[in-house]
Structure formats: structure tokens, C-alpha cells
Unconditional design. Structure first.
Length: 198
């Protein structure tokens, strides 16, 4: 649960959610006429830089900070409990080597250490699942906000397809079809703090 995998997961989710296809603007066949598979006369494409979206969309920035803080809290909690378990185990081992414990006391202490270890593993799983659930909620909310904005945005722009560009997934794209700044500006304008359940 380090920062880098968390960012990678969010970036991967953002790449998946921003690959949005807008409505096909080709003429619809008239009633009674056979349907044809003709391509639209004019294909109008655009793309959005996912990396810029993640770093400049206020919703992404805010939630990245929230998830990072939760991840740090989880790590700190597990680290503290792990260190306590190690210290207790080392103290137990030392007493065993010094023959400072009778058999029933040693067995009780060993059982307590095993329970402490099992409790730590259960806590790690629970906190990890909670963080993953929170990340999934964030990704879903991010997907919905971008998808709804793109649908509204494209009513007037009439793009045939809007692609997401992340790294080298598009080999070449003319900057004239880069709508990233417009999309980010529109998303930030539409975004209102407190509109997403935390």
C-alpha cells in the first residue's frame, strides 16, 4: 500500500474511464429503409491527456490526498503493531533462552503471541479491504464525473470519438485535436467541493 501503486491504480482506472465514445453523428436510416453500415461522412476525433487530467482536475487532486492520507494511516498502524509483536516475540525468546519461564507460562505466552500475530494479519486484511473499497468508490465517482461532463461537452462539439491519451498508447496525435485544457477547465468549473461522498 505504498504511494506509487496507489497512483498507478488510480492512473490505470483513469485511463480506462476516459476512453469515451461519443454519439455517432452519422445520418440515421429512415423508417422502412434497410439499415446500412456506412461510416459517417466526416469523422471528427479528439483526445484528452490522462496524466494532465489526473494532476489538474481538482476532484482528482483532492481525492488523491485523501487516499494518500488513509494509506499512510494504515501503514503507520500496521507498522506500530508489527513492531510491538516483534518486541514481544524477542522478549519471549530471551526468557526462553534464560530458562526464566516454567512450561505452562511459556505455553500461555506463546499462545498469546500467536493470537497477536493472527489479529495483526486480520487487521491488515481488513484495513487493506477498506482502503481498496474507498479507492474503488473514488474511481467510480471519477469515471462518472468525467463521463457525464464529456456527454454534455460533446453535445455542442459533435466529436465522433474522444480518446484518452496516456504515455505512448496513441502513436501520433495532432495537437489541434487535443481538448485536454477545455475538458479540465470544464470539469473544474462543474466540480463543487462536497459533491462527492467521502
Amino acid at each position: 500500500m505504498t504511494k506509487k501503486p496507489l497512483f498507478c491504480a488510480m492512473a490505470a482506472a483513469a485511463v480506462a474511464m476516459t476512453t469515451l465514445n461519443s454519439c455517432d453523428n452519422s445520418p440515421k436510416p429512415e423508417a422502412g429503409s434497410p439499415a446500412t453500415n456506412k461510416a459517417p461522412q466526416e469523422i471528427k476525433l479528439a483526445y484528452v491527456e490522462v496524466d494532465s487530467l489526473i494532476t489538474q482536475y481538482e476532484f482528482c487532486k483532492e481525492y488523491t490526498q485523501i487516499l494518500e492520507k488513509k494509506s499512510r494511516n494504515v501503514q503507520n498502524t500496521l507498522q506500530q503493531k508489527g513492531q510491538k509483536l516483534q518486541a514481544d516475540a524477542a522478549a519471549f525468546q530471551q526468557k526462553i533462552q534464560q530458562n526464566a519461564l516454567d512450561r505452562p507460562t511459556a505455553e500461555r505466552m506463546q499462545a498469546a503471541l500467536q493470537k497477536q500475530n493472527a489479529d495483526l494479519e486480520a487487521l491488515q486484511q481488513r484495513l487493506g479491504a477498506e482502503l481498496q473499497e474507498e479507492t474503488n468508490k473514488y474511481n467510480e465517482a471519477l469515471h462518472d464525473s468525467v463521463q457525464h461532463f464529456i456527454a454534455r461537452y460533446n453535445k455542442s462539439k459533435k466529436y465522433t470519438m474522444i480518446l484518452s491519451k496516456s504515455g505512448d498508447n496513441i502513436l501520433y496525435a495532432d495537437k489541434s485535436v487535443d481538448i485536454t485544457k477545455e475538458v479540465i477547465a470544464g470539469l473544474n468549473k462543474a466540480y463543487k467541493k462536497g459533491s462527492v461522498t467521502k
